[in-house]
Design a protein around this ligand. Structure first.
Ligand code: CTP
Ligand code: MG
Length: 238
């Protein structure tokens, strides 16, 4: 029988230890806006992708995770790997028997709780017709300096066509699986999922999103995220 609509998979890597945050617990479990960072992130994703089949990548020693914080009906826990790319790969392997080659897979960092619903909507709309895939991104605003090893400026990089790659990033299952497999085997550095797709010679679409989609990384970021969420809540009320 023909399937009328393809499944939408959501992978949320949340197996990191938050070394740079240096908190008492992994940063995805720090309190934010009355819940945890992970809970805020999942709630945002659920607003726009309620139908998604969710994979949450968690460290196998994780004792903080609370299943009650997952608003999705179809979800599973995946044991993460040593690096983010390994966690995503393990999730793709775990769904290999169920996912169709052209199912959409959207990957979003647990550490990005401030992603805006309207940005998610626009990304979703682009992904519906985009064969390669798409990445939420923000144009670079600051002047960019290339430095030498002693942190002295060598020159100013042109800002033209320079973007910050954010998440979510979405691709077709088979392409992402093949690209990450190739990257892991060949040692191509993969700092985001799109890098692996690029290494296969493809050009994912950039979708311009809010610069407030920050990745909680350092201690200061938690306070910023708190302010961003409060400001977003205020603007939704207006
Ligand atoms: N992540 C993961 N598996 C890993 C490493 C990271 O699932 N082995 C997840 C993190 O939980 C986070 C996202 O990938 O949601 C982005 O990674 P990053 O910001 O680097 O988080 P951490 O690795 O936890 O932080 P740090 O690098 O400071 O240790
Ligand atoms: Mg990390």
């Amino acid at each position: 029988m023909m399937k009328t609509s393809k499944a939408l998979w959501l992978i949320v890597p949340a197996a990191g230890r938050g070394t740079r945050m240096a908190a008492q617990r992994p940063k995805q479990y720090l309190p934010l806006a009355g819940r945890t960072v992970l809970s805020c992130t999942l709630a945002r994703l659920h607003e726009v992708f309620p139908e998604a089949r969710l994979c949450v990548c968690l460290d196998d020693t994780d004792t903080w995770f609370d299943p009650a914080a997952v608003p999705f009906t179809d979800w599973r826990r995946i044991t993460g790997g040593p690096e983010r790319v390994d966690s995503v790969m393990l999730a793709l392997d775990a769904i290999a028997d169920e996912a169709e080659d052209d199912d959409l897979v959207v990957v979003h960092d647990a550490a990005r709780p401030c992603v805006r619903s309207d940005d998610l909507q626009r990304l979703k709309a682009v992904l519906a017709t985009e064969p390669v895939g798409a990445v939420l991104a923000a144009p670079v605003a600051d002047t960019m300096k290339r430095a030498d090893a002693n942190e002295r400026i060598r020159h100013t990089e042109s800002r033209d066509h320079l973007w910050h790659a954010l998440t979510p990033q979405g691709f077709r299952y088979r392409l992402l699986h093949d690209a990450l497999t190739y990257a892991l085997r060949s040692g191509v550095p993969v700092t985001d999922d799109a890098s692996a797709i690029e290494a296969m010679g493809h050009s994912p679409q950039l979708v311009s999103g809010g610069r407030d989609n920050l990745k909680i990384t350092h201690p200061d970021d938690l306070m910023l995220a708190e302010l961003v969420l409060a400001a977003q809540a205020e603007s939704y009320r207006k």
